[in-house]
Structure formats: C-alpha cells, structure tokens
Design a protein around this ligand. Structure first.
Ligand SMILES: Cc1cc2nc3c(=O)[nH]c(=O)nc-3n(C[C@H](O)[C@H](O)[C@H](O)COP(=O)(O)OP(=O)(O)OC[C@H]3O[C@@H](n4cnc5c(N)ncnc54)[C@H](O)[C@@H]3O)c2cc1C
Length: 292
C-alpha cells in the first residue's frame, strides 16, 4: 500500500459496501470531498503523487476485484445538492437519479421519468449516457461542469459531449463531472407519477432487484439482445460460487449471497465465451472493472 495521502481518508475501506454488486476488496484510501474545490484538490494531489485514483458515484455499474484498489477512491457521496432553476435542475455529480426524478415529479416537470429506477448518480449517468425505456441522459442534459485531466474546469454543452449508446466524452476523455444541468418540460403531475409507477412496476416484474447486481451486465450487441443470446445459449442460472446468471432476467449477473468478485467475473467470462462459441458474438461488459 502507498503512504496515505489524505489525513481524513478512510483506510482499507471495503468496496463491497460501496457497490451494488456488494462485492469488492478494500480501497487503500477512500476520500469524500464536500465541495467541487475539494474534489479538484483531491484529484490534483493524487496526480502529483502519482497515486492512482478512481471517481466513484453510486457504484452501480462497477465490479471491484477481491484484492481491492491500491489507490484513492474519490467518492461523490457528499456532493449531492440539487437546485431548481425554473424548468431546470442544477445537480451536483453525486446526486442520485432517483432523487432528481422525485424532485421533477414534485415540480411537475416531465422528461426525467426514465431515470426513476436507475440506482446511479448524475455523474455516473453522464459518463455512460444512462438510459431506460423512452429516454436517456442525452435527451435532457443541457450542460455539464467538468474537470479535465489537466485540472482545468470547463462548462460543456450537452451537444459537445458526443453522447451515444453508453458513451460520452466524459468517458472517452477522462473528464470528471462536477455538476450537470438537466432541462425538463412542464407536465402533468398525475401523468408523470403514472409513468414512473409504470416503469417501476416493469422493473420489479422483469429484473432481479432482490439480489445485488450492476443492472444489465453486458452492452446490447448490434442487431441482438444480450439477454436473449444468453438465454438461447442455455446459460440462465449458470452459477459460480455465489454469483449466477439471473433466472429472472438473463442479462443480469447477480450476487445470490456471499459471492466474491472472482465468482462474478467467472460468470461474466463464461457467458462471453459460451455465447461467442455458440453464436459468434462477443458480448462486451457494460459494467466497469476496477482493481483487476
Ligand atoms: C438494478 C440496476 C438497474 C440498472 N438499470 C439501468 C438502466 O436502466 N439504464 C442504465 O443506463 N443503467 C442501469 N444500471 C447501471 C447503473 O445504475 C448506471 O449505469 C449508472 O449511470 C451508474 O452510475 P453510478 O453513479 O453508480 O456510477 P459508478 O458505478 O459509481 O461508476 C461508473 C463509471 O462512471 C464513472 N463516474 C462516476 N461518477 C463520475 C463523475 N462525476 N465524473 C466522471 N465519471 C464518473 C466512474 O469513474 C466509473 O467509471 C442499473 C444498475 C442496477 C444495479
């Protein structure tokens, strides 16, 4: 382990407590900046010291190895402010999507219902242009304030972010989102509520929400559905240790309880290999890997 850089860091913090898979070994240092300035300073300190760092949102798309991460996790858990400005919300990067969706409902603003059941943060959602049902971040994002890898702060309009299926410049250029402005449209509260309830109901019915997971484990391959390929390959319920392909939704690898990160990874690799062997399609994980 490196010599600790931060006096106020949690040391050897188990990442299983900070990921929705509920697996992952310790982070050498875990810091939780409370302002964008502190966040920028934390990253600058890591860069100067040559210590690896990783910006963590809600950990809902992340598989951390059992060995953990010998670096600094910069958590956005304390950067969660959301301010309404007319038909827009200015959201700190760590704000949860479900909270912003709720605020939009209360304010009678439509356009963010798609995000009500995605357990991620605003920053993580910008990173991969999170989306569901009839919407995605690119549809509602007006602008983002980011930190560039050189530590410069910039405001980028959404159309400068090159957002596509599970991608954006945030991801390709290693930008750190500090805050994002979401622009919505006045709507009818009852209709917004009905749409959110519909989406939530569909998730409960189709997704194994009772188990730890990172949602859809694989990206949708061009011309196919990952879940269908996995099902057709006969892999539903395929299990290694405590991890398995969900029997409710083949696109989800789940932690049935007591899984290690190695179990989860083994299931993912087997699914990739077997689907490729049977159908010639190599599934690409949507989930991010850290510490492998
Ligand atoms: C049950 C379940 C259902 C899901 N359903 C959906 C769905 O319908 N649609 C969908 O798109 N996703 C879905 N997901 C996946 C996940 O919730 C989203 O991808 C979400 O956007 C990830 O956000 P996060 O804050 O958890 O990111 P993390 O997992 O914390 O991080 C993911 C990546 O984003 C980066 N990142 C995080 N914050 C920032 C920031 N501020 N600046 C720059 N980079 C950052 C991290 O460094 C990392 O590389 C689901 C997950 C679960 C568990």
């Amino acid at each position: 382990m490196h010599t600790p850089l931060f006096q106020n860091a949690l040391l050897d913090e188990p990442m299983s407590k900070h990921t929705t898979f509920g697996v992952g070994g310790p982070a050498a240092e875990f810091v939780v900046p409370e302002t964008p300035d502190e966040l920028a300073d934390a990253i600058a300190s890591c860069r100067e010291a040559g210590v690896p760092y990783f910006v963590l949102g809600k950990g809902s798309d992340l598989l951390v190895s059992d060995e953990g991460f010998d670096g600094v996790i910069v958590s956005l858990d304390a950067l969660v402010g959301v301010r309404r400005e007319g038909d827009a919300f200015v959201c700190d990067a760590g704000a949860s999507l479900t909270y912003v969706a709720k605020r939009a409902l209360y304010a009678g603003l439509t356009g963010f219902e798609f995000a009500c059941g995605i357990p991620g943060s605003i920053g993580g959602a910008c990173f991969m242009n999170a989306g569901a049902y009839d919407g995605c971040m690119a549809d509602v994002l007006e602008s983002v304030d980011v930190l560039t890898p050189d530590g410069e702060r910039r405001t980028l309009a959404s159309d400068e972010l090159d957002m596509g299926y599970r991608k954006s410049r945030v991801r390709t250029e290693g930008l750190v989102v500090l805050c994002a402005t979401i622009r919505l449209t006045p709507g009818d509260r009852a209709a917004i509520r009905a749409k959110m309830d519909d989406f939530t109901g569909r998730r409960k019915e189709k997704q194994p929400l009772e188990y730890g997971s990172a949602g859809s484990t694989f990206k949708r391959p061009e011309g196919y559905f990952a879940g269908k390929l996995i099902m057709d390959a006969g892999l539903m319920g395929y299990q290694v240790g405590g991890a398995a392909v969900s029997t409710k939704h083949a696109g989800f690898v789940v932690n049935l309880g007591g899984a290690t990160a190695a179990d989860v990874r083994a299931v993912i690799t087997h699914v990739q290999d077997e689907v490729e062997r049977q159908f010639g399609v190599r599934l690409e994980p949507e989930v991010r890997f850290l510490g492998w």
